[in-house]
Ligand binder design. Structure first.
Ligand code: FPP
Length: 280
């Protein structure tokens, strides 16, 4: 087991949001400004295979260990009152993997939902799956629908699991959705603008991610949330996904808080000479 988070229950709130913490987590938490957390964290969970290989284990052992990290991130973000978390669990490109590995990943997801759905629901998390669900195995589709239906009215954290997801496929689906809407509304409808596109994405009801985390060191976006990450801060760590623990997540949040977000404008110092004089 890469870490021991599973020993602590999810239902903890109040002044000690993370419940019992290690000394390292406590130090990191003390430096974190809980009023300046990202609204939406998106995660590319990479490195399960390499983690397994290093231990002379089959790749599927890496995926199983990866579920434990996913659970920890879900739990920690929910406790920190993060508004939305999106996890990249299976891409449209992942169908190129051996069938046995694909079957295992689908089983793992079903197992996760079976075990965790009551806890997710109890903690008011709203679960959505983003991606081309209609191409997933029937049993997976059924489990997903049940989970989304059960948690649809929850008002806590939005947990989006990207499954059979591709950023380009999402944009194609959005364009087709817009065309269908235009056919229905007839001539004279408004021109397409950014708001129209955002409204037709799988993530229509979520804020855009302001932090994108990628584990295992690759400097790629891998067809993930291409439209939505336009202004996201990107944090890449060498840590392999199964080794990504609560301290790793807190490190990523602290790094996010050190960044200056300018959205194409000027930083505080250049924008206000007085602020610079006073600040210096
Ligand atoms: C990449 O590792 C990871 C995946 C293909 C996703 C699998 C994710 C999990 C098992 C976490 C489960 C998530 C939920 C929501 C329950 P890789 O196989 O590409 O690793 P490698 O690059 O080292 O080969």
């Amino acid at each position: 087991m890469p870490h021991t988070i599973e020993e602590t229950p999810l239902e903890v709130a109040g002044p000690e949001p993370l419940g019992r913490v290690t000394a390292e987590e406590g130090r990191l938490l003390a430096r974190l400004d809980r009023k300046r957390l990202p609204q939406h964290i998106a995660v590319i969970m990479d490195g399960n295979g390499r983690w397994a290989k290093k231990r002379h284990l089959p790749r599927i052992a890496g995926h199983r260990a990866g579920v434990s990290s996913a659970r920890m991130v879900i739990e920690t973000c929910a406790r920190l009152n993060i508004e939305a978390l999106t996890l990249y669990a299976f891409s449209v490109e992942n169908w190129r993997r051996p069938k046995a590995e694909i079957d295992f990943l689908m089983q793992l997801l079903r197992e996760y939902l079976r075990k965790e759905l009551p806890v997710i629901h109890k903690n008011k998390i709203r679960l959505v799956v983003i991606g081309r669900q209609e191409e997933l195995p029937q049993a997976v589709q059924r489990d997903i629908e049940e989970a989304m239906h059960l948690t649809a009215g929850n008002k806590g954290m939005n947990l989006a699991v990207a499954l059979n997801y591709g950023g380009r496929a999402e944009l194609v689906d959005a364009v087709n959705g817009i065309l269908a809407e235009k056919r229905e509304n007839g001539a004279g409808s408004k021109p397409v603008d950014e708001e129209t596109i955002s409204r037709h994405l799988y993530t229509a009801n979520l804020p855009d991610p302001d932090l994108l985390i990628r584990t295992s060191g690759e400097m790629r976006v891998s067809n993930f949330l291409l439209w939505q990450i336009a202004y996201a801060e990107i944090y890449v760590t060498e840590t392999l996904w199964p080794d990504f623990n609560r301290a790793s997540l807190l490190e990523a949040l602290l790094d996010f808080q050190r960044r200056e977000r300018r959205y194409g404008g000027l930083g505080e110092e250049e924008a206000s000479p007085t602020a610079r004089a006073v600040g210096d």
